[in-house]
Design a protein around this ligand. Structure first.
Ligand SMILES: [Zn+2]
Length: 389
């Protein structure tokens, strides 16, 4: 690749052309970004996932070889297009009616393109405070790619201090989100004819108290007065939600299996671990009841995802920087999880700020407006200017 600078829109076109659905490889995209950075004199660092050889994160550092960088963080993966009616090719950016259509234009290759642009711009203009780029994978399947990437970054690069996670926020400073974790619960009962159900263990009926426990927690949480940290969220309480259940084979057989998926969205200020412990206590009680009927009955629980909350820092470094660049001084929090909580947990100041509206994410005909993309570009220009002082 010849040494040339691409515009943010050119970069967006290239990034969207790689169909980096989470289950598939993102290596062609990562390798392309690495080559592009190299052609502009920037050393890319690729971290291949040892457990998934078809996936990698990429990060890079520009500016003085010292700590305190601003970190621009995005994810490279996108959600699937399966079953979605698209009017255009999802992996080609199509401009129409002041919008760029394409999978990931909003969530979040628009930001990724702008972040790569900013890094190259900082390299060419020279900066007195370093800038870092961090692009992860597997964000859309439970934010599992960022923690090992953050660990790898800290081994290779001087530690950054302020992280801007560019999830779509309409370029507003989002300073908090809930933590989240999910459980995949599998109850294994004991099959008998339903007429003698008392000699069997019905996995579905054994699951019911666990689900009803969640109903009770929701009622309690809803009616309790919210803490100061929780009050800004919608809803301002921790939610326990069952989104999927399956089990049983016939109306007259006690169900041998029942599986359900529960997820918790925990407000900042409450401990994720306490909710996990409370649920596991219920699981043990349910298992004891099942085994009182048949010793082979049991419950297997696995953790499907776990994302720490982003706790509002109240005048933290990342927030202050983004407020200075955007002029946005209002309070914004969101109820979905992001990699910002993971950076914060690893000792960085973190904030969410990116172009586009989360309402367009994951949709068929996903788009980012040209105005939002341009607003993101202006933001990056201001950021690079600030790093040069
Ligand atoms: Zn995203």
């Amino acid at each position: 690749m010849s040494a040339m600078k691409l515009s943010p829109k050119d970069l967006l076109d290239r990034l969207v052309s790689f169909p980096t659905v989470s289950r598939d490889s993102n290596l062609p995209l990562v390798n392309w970004v690495a080559d592009y950075l190299k052609s502009n004199g920037i050393e890319p660092h690729i971290w291949p996932d040892p457990e998934q050889p078809h996936k990698a994160a990429i990060f890079a550092h520009v500016g003085p070889d010292e700590e305190g960088a601003v970190v621009l963080s995005g994810h490279t993966d996108v959600v699937p297009i399966d079953g979605q009616p698209w009017d255009t090719d999802p992996f080609v950016v199509t401009e129409r009616d002041g919008k760029y259509f394409g999978r990931g234009t909003c969530d979040m290759k628009g930001f990724d393109a702008l972040a790569i642009w900013a890094l190259v711009e900082a390299q060419h203009l020279g900066v007195s405070r370093p800038l870092q780029l961090a692009l992860s994978f597997d964000e859309e399947v439970g934010c599992t790619g960022a923690p090992p990437m953050i660990e790898a970054m800290q081994k290779v690069l001087p530690k950054g201090s302020a992280v801007i996670v560019g999830e779509p926020s309409m370029m507003q400073a989002v300073t908090g989100h809930k933590g989240g974790f999910g459980f995949d619960t599998h109850l294994i009962g004991y099959e008998v004819h339903s007429s003698i159900m008392h000699t069997g263990v019905n996995a579905i009926m054994a699951a019911a108290p666990l689900i009803d426990w969640a109903n009770h927690r929701n009622s309690e949480n809803m009616s309790a007065p919210p803490s100061d940290l929780a009050a800004v969220f919608n809803p301002p309480w921790t939610t326990c939600h069952v989104g999927m259940i399956e089990g049983g084979t016939a109306h007259n057989i006690t169900a041998k299996d029942c599986r359900f998926m529960m997820d918790f969205r925990v407000v900042p200020g409450e401990k994720v671990s306490q909710w996990k412990d409370a649920y596991m206590e219920q699981v043990r009680l349910a298992e004891t009841r099942m085994q009182a009927v048949h010793p082979d009955a049991r419950i297997e629980v696995s953790n499907s995802f776990s994302v720490p909350a982003l706790v509002p820092e109240g005048g933290g470094e990342a927030e202050t920087l983004v407020r200075a660049l955007t002029g946005d001084n209002a309070t914004h929090v969101v109820s979905y999880g992001t990699e910002a909580g993971q950076f914060q947990e690893a000792g960085y100041s973190a904030v969410i700020c990116g172009p586009g509206d989360i309402a367009q994410a994951h949709q068929p005909n996903e788009f980012i407006t040209v105005d939002q993309f341009n607003a993101g570009h202006v933001f990056m220009q201001k950021l690079v200017d600030r790093l040069r002082i």
